[in-house]
Design a protein around this ligand. Structure first.
Ligand SMILES: [Zn+2]
Ligand SMILES: [Zn+2]
Length: 255
């Protein structure tokens, strides 16, 4: 089965086979973070490799003394899936689920951005692990579902809860279909996608914050009117509204 795109293996890292004990995790994937902001989204990808190697030194060093780096994988800001312990290994990541779930850290801190490329890396990893060879369940959890901890941070945990990581990979930030059905008062990644499209189309929804409020509704209405709509409210996205918004976007981009 093909690995996720932009996969970085242990051999790419210069690491041998993991000495950790074997396991056959089948229950799903657990998301983690770093308790300290790392700013990796604003740095070159080489900084992720440096981070990962330092993490392994720390985990196998005197303060932890583990057999290997604790996690199965890192899904980095640049969209790479970087191998940790890798497939079929017990982890030192989420007590209570170290041999039944796989683990992936985002290496983000509480205020670090979680990028679209990173979300897509998690989706690709999950899909790969669900293939027959490893056949995990599609469940995605956060570290805090196992023990009392801040991990994986409020931002990542919101994405765990709203199903963002369970969407298929390769769809980028979203699609026209992701907009349909949204209404004023909604919030989340789909709203954020709508706001980005509106802003790109020249109809600013104000801050791109994932909240469908009055300014987003006004931008929806303006975008629709630019395509000849006689609507008087931008409070919901019907299929026809989404088509008009995408058409306004295409005009702006010269499509
Ligand atoms: Zn954690
Ligand atoms: Zn990276």
């Amino acid at each position: 089965m093909p690995k996720p795109p932009r996969y970085v293996s242990r051999s790419d890292l210069g690491w041998g086979k993991s000495p950790a004990a074997g396991a056959n995790p089948r229950s799903g994937l657990v998301i983690h973070y770093d308790s300290i902001d790392q700013g990796l989204a604003g740095k070159a990808h080489s900084a992720c490799i440096t981070y990962w190697k330092a993490t392994r030194e720390f985990h196998t060093g005197p303060s932890r003394g583990w057999a290997d780096i604790g996690y199965s994988f890192l899904c980095c800001s640049h969209g790479h899936v970087i191998e940790g312990r890798g497939l079929r290994k017990v982890q030192a990541a989420q007590p209570g689920g170290n041999s039944t779930y796989y683990s992936a850290t985002l290496a983000t801190g509480p205020r670090d951005e979680i990028t679209e490329a990173q979300i897509d890396a998690v989706r690709a990893l999950r899909q790969w692990l669900m293939e027959p060879d490893t056949s995990i369940a599609g469940t995605v959890k956060g570290h805090r579902d196992f023990i009392s901890t801040s991990c994986p941070g409020d931002k990542a945990y919101a994405l765990v809860r709203n199903g963002t990581f369970k969407q298929p990979p390769g769809s980028g930030g979203g699609s026209e279909d992701d907009m349909v059905g949204l209404r004023k008062g909604d919030s989340g990644e789909r709203v954020k996608y709508l706001q980005v499209v509106l802003a790109d189309a020249g109809f600013s929804p104000g801050e791109v914050d994932g909240d469908y409020g009055a300014s987003t509704a006004a931008a929806v209405l303006a975008a629709r009117k630019s395509r000849g709509s006689k609507e008087t409210s931008g409070d919901k996205i019907t299929g026809w509204a989404a088509a008009q918004i995408m058409a306004a976007h295409a005009v702006k981009l010269g499509g």
